[in-house]
Design a protein around this ligand. Structure first.
Ligand SMILES: [Cu+2]
Length: 161
């Protein structure tokens, strides 16, 4: 959990969310500031020889304005896209979300196994358990948000939802 907490602190600092005197970000403070936040980023270790991977996270749009995730990038991958799953000819396939991923006002959008995900192509150095993968998300209104994905094994238990 330390990595996730660390990611949240980084995010809070990056977007200017209030942090109380003890340095502990609080959910109540974040809500009151009406910001768009990215939380709980994670991905799985990449097996040797595999240069693609997917990442998951939660977008909480605490503002009263609709936003849109337009792009994603990471120094750990040659190309990063936002993907969705869709039926094509009776087969479930993944594809890039066209026109950006909607983050409606006041709503939470969850990227999770079996659905929306961040797609990494051209992963050079493999994602290793315990490290964190830097990720920059570009939103239409909120602009660029820096976050990290914690690499953890056992994510397979979340698959199939
Ligand atoms: Cu994909």
């Amino acid at each position: 959990m330390r990595a996730i907490y660390f990611a949240f602190v980084l995010l809070a600092a990056a977007c200017g969310a209030p942090v109380d005197n003890a340095g502990e970000p609080t959910r109540a403070a974040a809500t009151a500031s009406a910001t768009l936040e990215v939380r709980n980023g994670w991905t799985r270790p990449t097996p040797g020889g595999v240069n693609v991977s997917s990442g998951y996270l939660t977008i909480v749009n605490g503002t009263d304005a609709a936003d849109r995730l337009l792009a994603a990038s990471s120094p750990r991958a040659a190309r990063t896209e936002v993907h969705e799953m869709a039926m094509e000819g009776g087969v479930m396939r993944m594809r890039a979300v066209e026109g950006g991923l909607a983050a409606p006002a006041g709503e939470t959008v969850t990227l999770a196994p079996g659905g929306l995900h961040i797609m990494f192509f051209g992963v050079g150095r493999p994602f290793a358990e315990g490290e964190t993968i830097p990720l920059t998300l570009t939103f239409e209104r909120a602009g660029q948000i820096e976050t990290t994905l914690a690499v953890r094994a056992g994510g397979a238990s979340h698959a199939g939802r």
